[in-house]
Design a protein around this ligand. Structure first.
Ligand code: HEC
Ligand code: HEC
Ligand code: HEC
Ligand code: HEC
Ligand code: HEC
Ligand code: HEC
Length: 425
């Protein structure tokens, strides 16, 4: 018996502690789930739901597990996977919220049970991962203050004109001072007043001859400016930086991506997977605008254009037979001979949309932010270090490049990113 007790204290006790420790582990697993859930929530749900009580397109999801029919997890998984199936099955709670939200359909979410569970873990306890995914609506910001800082030829022109005018004023003042001093000197010496000079061509010639230095400076500045303008004009053929055409519908990125925090990829769904980043079809708009029929800025007029394009009757909630695509005006357009790929930059290169497109989430009217010239592409490839660590796409290439460059940072250009053939067919 005595020995048995010893065996217990010396062998079992540590084992019990270890077991207890292992049993506690799910707590930390849970917060890992919540972290994964945060990302999934941001990408799939944040466009329509907040984590507070505030309504967005759908209800705020604070404490949602206690509101829905129990057992909550089972119901929520069914709902999230296919809310319409649940509504059609006659589930009374499902029918109730569907009616409450103007029958706007929550799209089916292609997620696994585990993914949904981690989203639910995150919704239940957003603080566990720092929360903050669903900030309350920010008050409308003052006017779009995002004009590109790039120097505008007009500002240079105004600057030079200003400078010339300043020179002329200075000359006027100085010659005035000179004249009155002459008059004083003449008075003291008892000489007659100097003849008043009339401003005619002879006077100008005289002045120009006596002020060669000023004339030379002005001429140099002027010719410098003119040749720079001519050079920019030639280099700028086909450069549309700042181009911001009016669109057929007042669609504001500021309202959607900014104030309502809708993720870029929700609408531009091709951007992570393919060469081009598609502009969403009107059906995507309807995910939300079936319910939201009025905007704060434009009332019903602009949203009605979506319905018109789809030949949709918002009162009867029926689609007519004559849908017509919305004719968005293309903002960005590289010439045919240049090859650019979004997935390569966004997914592989991990570059933010804003690096190239600027602060889109603050633009009411979308505008081309970068010049999109060859120099712009090449310049970034020279400067940008490729983030190779932890990016499986690069494992093999990295080993190869290390042989040539040792542990120096690898830029895109070192991998061949400035070879003509990479960007030209
Ligand atoms: C396009 C908008 C949209 C997206 C995206 C969306 N929902 Fe919804 N959701 C709604 C609407 C609208 C409702 C209200 C019910 C209805 O009209 O179908 C709703 C209702 C819900 C409800 C019921 C809330 C309650 O108070 O009972 C839950 C839970 C929910 N959504 C979870 C999610 C989760 C989780 C995701 C992401 C995986 C998600 N939703 C993505 C629009 C959306
Ligand atoms: C609610 C849907 C939606 C969201 C969210 C959205 N966009 Fe757009 N985007 C559009 C539509 C519609 C257009 C076409 C109309 C226009 O140019 O304003 C567009 C156009 C663009 C264009 C110009 C396309 C062209 O013609 O060259 C860029 C660039 C762009 N979006 C980037 C972004 C970025 C970056 C984000 C995230 C910060 C974003 N978008 C979020 C719907 C969306
Ligand atoms: C994920 C939800 C969502 C999607 C998708 C969406 N919108 Fe919106 N839209 C909103 C919200 C939220 C508002 C703000 C309503 C308000 O002003 O209160 C809004 C407002 C608007 C307005 C009115 C702006 C104003 O204040 O007058 C227009 C026009 C509009 N959207 C057009 C579009 C178009 C076109 C598309 C498709 C390319 C689209 N929306 C897709 C959520 C969405
Ligand atoms: C490395 C720079 C770069 C990044 C990062 C980038 N874009 Fe672009 N984007 C471009 C260029 C260049 C074009 C013009 C492509 C063309 O005309 O072939 C473009 C065009 C577009 C267009 C117009 C449709 C098209 O593909 O021609 C949309 C929409 C767009 N971008 C959205 C996005 C979104 C959303 C993101 C982030 C997820 C993003 N872009 C990230 C450079 C970039
Ligand atoms: C903001 C920086 C940035 C800009 C601007 C940019 N790129 Fe890139 N580009 C990268 C990075 C980073 C990579 C590396 C990612 C990778 O390996 O795919 C890359 C890779 C590429 C590749 C693949 C290179 C290879 O060796 O496989 C091509 C092609 C390319 N870019 C074309 C363009 C074109 C065309 C433009 C201009 C319209 C452009 N890029 C503008 C950063 C940029
Ligand atoms: C990183 C991508 C990239 C690389 C590398 C690249 N180009 Fe370009 N090139 C472009 C883009 C983008 C344009 C279109 C610029 C525009 O429309 O302003 C262009 C335009 C051109 C043009 C047409 C003139 C013009 O300004 O529109 C010529 C010619 C050209 N490139 C030759 C070359 C040669 C030769 C090389 C190899 C030394 C090369 N390019 C390498 C992206 C690239």
């Amino acid at each position: 018996m005595q020995t048995n007790n010893k065996v217990f204290t010396f062998c079992f006790k540590p084992l019990v502690i270890l077991a207890a420790f292992l049993l506690l582990r799910p707590v930390s697993l849970y917060s890992q789930d919540a972290a994964a859930g945060q990302k999934l929530f941001k990408n799939n749900c944040a466009a329509c739901h907040t984590l507070t009580d505030a309504k967005l397109v759908g209800p705020g999801l604070k404490d949602v597990a206690s509101k829905v029919p129990q057992p909550a997890e089972e119901w929520l998984i069914k709902w999230i996977k296919n809310s319409q199936a649940l509504v059609k099955s006659g589930d009374s709670y499902a029918v109730k919220i569907f009616e409450e939200y103007n029958k706007s359909v929550m799209p089916s979410q292609a997620l696994s049970d585990d993914e949904i569970k981690s989203i639910l873990a995150y919704i239940a306890n957003p603080e566990a991962v720092g929360g903050g995914a669903a900030k309350p609506k920010e008050a409308a910001k003052p006017a779009d203050s995002t004009a590109p800082a790039a120097s505008n030829p007009n500002t240079t022109l105004y600057f030079l004109l200003g400078l010339i005018i300043l020179f002329l004023i200075l000359i006027g003042v100085l010659s005035g001072v000179k004249k009155s001093m002459q008059r004083m000197v003449n008075n003291q010496a008892g000489l007659p007043e100097p003849e008043p000079v009339t401003y005619n061509w002879d006077y100008c010639k005289h002045w120009l001859r006596n002020n060669k230095k000023i004339v030379a400076v002005v001429l140099i500045l002027l010719s410098g400016y003119l040749s720079k303008a001519a050079w920019d004009g030639m280099m700028g053929i086909g450069v549309y930086q700042g181009y911001a055409p009016e669109q057929p519908i007042f669609f504001s990125h500021k309202i959607h991506a900014g104030e309502n925090g809708i993720s870029c990829v929700y609408c531009h769904s091709g951007v992570e997977k393919s060469k081009i980043s598609n502009v969403p079809s009107a059906n995507v708009c309807m995910n939300c605008h079936k319910g939201i029929q009025e905007g704060t800025v434009t009332g019903k007029t602009e949203i009605a254009k979506i319905y018109k394009a789809l030949d949709y009757d918002p009162d009867k909630q029926t689609y007519g037979p004559n849908p017509q695509p919305i004719k968005w005006v293309k903002v960005h357009q590289l010439p045919e001979h240049a090859y650019y790929n979004h997935a390569q930059h966004v997914t592989v290169g991990k570059i933010e949309c804003q690096t190239c497109h600027g602060p889109v989430e603050k633009m009411d009217t979308l505008r081309q932010f970068s010049p999109l010239t060859m120099g712009w592409c090449v310049d970034c490839h020279r400067k940008t270090e490729v983030k190779m660590a932890g990016n499986p796409y690069y494992d093999k290439m990295h080993e190869e490049l290390k042989k040539t460059y040792g542990n120096k940072p690898i830029t895109v250009s070192m991998m061949g990113g400035i070879e003509c053939g990479k960007c030209h067919y």
